[in-house]
Design a protein. Structure first.
Length: 174
């Protein structure tokens, strides 16, 4: 935990207590940006053009704009687990706690799993606008390279129905 504020350790401990399988701090230089992530969103994701957090929605920032905004942070934590609902819940709780401690730009990112079915898929509006956050990959972050560099497990799945998946969320803090 060298070169991180003491609060980073508090966040790690809280994430693990809330059910995360792993939680590690990162420096912004550990985050790997790659615009090719958008290709995976465009061709292969059923949320493309529908969900609130989708990069294809009108008026969303471009990948270059996301990179510039996120590059203004210096550190944060990455939360790992095998259930995207848990990683999202943990990341959102940590964002709120960090905000309350004066880190007013704290921002969580996770693959949204708030609703059983996204209202955007049927042309409706998001039911959780205040909690919906974009996923790592949807803003141009190479999740695989980023988490591998931090020593966290991740692999491509041959059969997602039978293989355990690693889900990651992050909280950009300062």
């Amino acid at each position: 935990m060298a070169n991180f504020p003491a609060y980073a350790q508090e966040m790690v401990e809280k994430a693990l207590a809330m059910g995360a399988v792993s939680c590690v701090p990162f420096h912004i230089s550990d985050i790997c940006f790659d615009s090719r992530t958008l290709l995976k969103c465009m061709y292969g994701c059923t949320d493309w053009g529908k969900g609130l957090t989708c990069p294809s929605r009108p008026h969303n920032p471009s990948l270059a704009e996301y990179k510039e905004m996120l590059s203004r942070y210096t550190w944060g934590v990455i939360i790992g687990g095998h259930n995207k609902h848990i990683t999202q819940k943990v990341s959102f709780a940590l964002e709120g706690e960090a905000f309350g401690k004066g880190y007013y730009f704290a921002f969580s990112m996770s693959d949204c799993g708030l609703c059983k079915e996204c209202a955007g898929h049927t042309g409706g509006e998001c039911r959780h606008v205040r909690q919906a956050r974009p996923a790592f990959h949807s803003v141009g972050i190479d999740v695989f390279k980023t988490v591998q560099q931090l020593g966290l497990p991740i692999n491509t799945l041959i059969d997602p129905d039978t293989e355990e998946q690693n889900w990651y969320a992050a909280v950009f803090v300062e």
